[in-house]
Design a protein around this ligand. Sequence first.
Ligand code: ATP
Length: 373
Amino acid sequence: SNDVLGRTEGGDLRLARLSKRYGSFTAVDDLNLTVPQGSFFALLGASGCGKTTTLRMVSGLEEPTTGQIFLGDDDVTDRKPYRRPVNTVFQNYALFPHLDIFENVAFGLRRRGVKDVKKQVGDMLGLVELGHLAKRKPNQLSGGQQQRIALARALINQPQVLLLDEPLGALDLKLRRQMQIELKRIQLEVGLTFVHVTHDQEEAMTMADTIAVMNAGRIEQMGSPAELYENPRTTFVANFLGRSNLIPGTVEGVSGDVVTVAAHGQRLTLDAGRCRTTSGPVILGVRPEKVQIARTADEVPAGFNSLTGGKVVDTSFIGVSTQYLVELASGEELSVFEQNTGREIQRPGSEVLVYWDPGQGFGLEGGQDIEAG
Ligand code: ATP
């Protein structure tokens, strides 16, 4: 399927015990990571967590303090940047202002003395759907168009791995959404390994097959967007990807595949398979869209978890859903997102209870900082 680039070899990108220290500060901490060849991989994390440093070590712009970088069977750790089959696309496009679009894309080929420039540049401009702008200068293009040219200019060098460092950060929200879909299409078409760095969880979830959530130089969790969303392993991941209600409690017992938890003076249950601890303190998590609101206990289906004694403190109607903030008797607040299906909307001040299917909750080890993320 890779007829534009004509090749897909190279193997997996593997980081083995990779660390970067600046003085006594550890920016990247003993990273072990395999990015399968041909995947769209996102490194997701807050500012300063070590994403860019990791990317710069892969491209060779930064030297690891310890550890190794492999591409397939090749150890590339000590190779100069230009000797690695890796290219980077940055947020600030870095196009040559005095060259037209055609020559910007042709640049890498000309430098390598390639003959058949016209056909390859034409194919590449076709891939990013900007063939009609070949004669323009970069300053005559929109930000989104410039970013596509930057992508074409990197891809024409036939890297095995394309690194994208917040490539859409400079674009407005609407254009960013379009480019997310566009980048995903191009990645599928060329079949290369893309490693995308972003702090935007929605962007990572939209594009990547696999996301590694980074925190303080380490990988907190890695998996598909759905895996991370449905089964976060830490409160950091539960809060960083989407919203979570996190309810601290204590495991009362395990019976078959049901874990019983005491929380807020009430009894809740969850599936043992989704609970990371079987005794002691636990944090029961449930996504706001899995929680519903009721006026009376008889509206709650048998076997569901419920917390009584709540009061609506905020109601936001946002079209597809109504979002509630419910204060429990303990003073803690719970978020509830209800699909707008014509149910009665509860106003602030309403006394309510909240309920959810026990199969929709997840259990995390207690004692974690719930505010993290
Ligand atoms: P951002 O999204 O803001 O770019 P990031 O996750 O990419 O964040 P890095 O740029 O990798 O973070 O930086 C990780 C940490 O290492 C930060 O705390 C940063 O201050 C520190 N750091 C980066 N480069 C250096 C340097 N040359 N000297 C000292 N500290 C550095």
